[in-house]
Design a protein around this ligand. Structure first.
Ligand code: ATP
Ligand code: MG
Ligand code: FE
Length: 343
């Protein structure tokens, strides 16, 4: 079965075709970074309008790259939520129209299910069950993944997401948007250990996370220690070390608590090299394997939506003809492919 995947939940327009036999046939991405850079963050209305402009040309480009005519698709998958309502509606409208016109089934996919299944597109996909660390712009969660659609939330951030903390801290340090990769670059120039920030919520049991206090610690340090280039690099280093160590501690606990020897790291913060290196150490010490999507599929993309949609469409799951979006949608409400979800 060949599935077209469409991602428009935030500031990336992503399109891909996944084939159940041959794997990923093509994928294309248009990033709106330049559109939002001047505002220091994503402007929802601008995001929706840009999806409107970009989506159909990107669909055509992706089909051409896959060497397929539209009629050779067997199903259409799109991100139904969570995300920005207006942006989601663009993808939903286009996907449902294509499905209607081509007389093919459509399926609305949970964006975070897309993220956590993204490592399945790699040569060394994890087997089930696995522990997933989802660290993105809007989410920081540890999830026990028993199988596709069987998700148990082990812990999550009680305030900011990890990516959000990276972005806000980068802003405090005067770095351009989007801040995560910029902060990582600056941290490489910092002196390890000169400054130290707390590892939030690691002194008590449990798998919940918190990152808003770190942002405050950074703000106070900028005020006290100043923001000359060397200090800024040291602050970036200390911030990244704190986030990485906190996530490492929680992942170790999750592996211990579940006894599951496989860790998946997905979402944009999973692109962070320091985090990858540290989690590789943690996993090795536990005799666990660690799996990542390729860097381009850590952040938003159409491939993960095509893959997740394929899992569900191939199991016979279908959505009715009306289209709606689900801007707020807990991952634990999902059900295995073929069973109705709670949304
Ligand atoms: P969600 O998936 O929760 O809806 P999102 O789609 O906006 O949110 P992603 O696209 O998965 O999030 O990831 C974007 C986030 O990843 C941003 O917060 C960005 O700063 C962060 N990020 C990207 N690269 C890095 C990096 N190298 N180091 C740290 N953070 C990074
Ligand atoms: Mg994005
Ligand atoms: Fe995302």
């Amino acid at each position: 079965m060949r599935v077209l995947g469409i991602e428009t939940s935030c500031d990336e327009t992503g399109v891909a075709v996944y084939d159940g036999g041959a794997g990923l046939l093509a994928h294309r991405l248009h990033s709106q970074v330049a559109t939002h850079a001047g505002y220091g963050g994503v402007v929802p209305e601008l995001a929706s309008r840009d999806h409107v402009r970009r989506l159909m040309p990107l669909v055509q480009e992706t089909l051409a790259a896959a060497g397929l005519a539209p009629g050779e698709l067997d199903g259409i998958a799109y991100t139904r939520g969570p995300g920005l309502a207006g942006a989601l509606l663009v993808g939903a409208a286009v996907a449902r129209s294509l499905a209607w016109g081509l007389e093919r089934p459509a399926i609305g996919v949970h964006h975070m299910e897309g993220h956590l299944l993204a490592p399945m597109l790699e040569p060394d996909p994890p087997s089930f069950p696995f522990v997933a660390l989802l660290v993105s712009g809007g989410h920081s969660q540890l999830v026990l993944v028993a199988d596709v659609g069987r998700y148990r939330l082990l812990g999550e951030s009680v305030d900011d997401a990890a990516g959000e903390a990276f972005d806000k801290t980068a802003k405090l340090l005067g770095l351009p948007y989007p801040g995560g990769p910029e902060l990582e670059r600056l941290a490489r120039k910092g002196t390890p250990g000169r400054l130290r920030f707390p590892r939030p919520m690691t002194d008590r049991p449990g798998l919940d996370l918190s990152f808003s206090g770190l942002k405050t610690a950074v703000l106070n340090t900028v005020r006290e220690a100043g923001d000359d280039p060397r200090t800024r690099a040291d602050i970036a280093r200390a911030f990244q070390d704190a986030v990485v160590e906190t996530l490492a501690i929680k992942c170790r606990r999750a592996l211990e608590a579940t006894g599951v020897p496989r860790l998946v790291v997905a979402g944009g913060v999973g692109a962070n090299t320091a985090l990858r290196e540290r989690l590789a150490e943690v996993a090795a010490r536990h005799g666990a394997s660690v799996h990542y999507p390729r860097l381009a599929f850590c952040t938003d993309n159409g491939a993960m939506i095509a893959y997740a949609g394929h899992c569900r469409l191939a199991a016979g799951e279908r959505q009715g003809p009306d289209f709606d979006v689900t801007p707020r949608w807990p991952l634990a409400d999902l059900r295995p492919p073929g069973e109705a979800s709670l949304a």
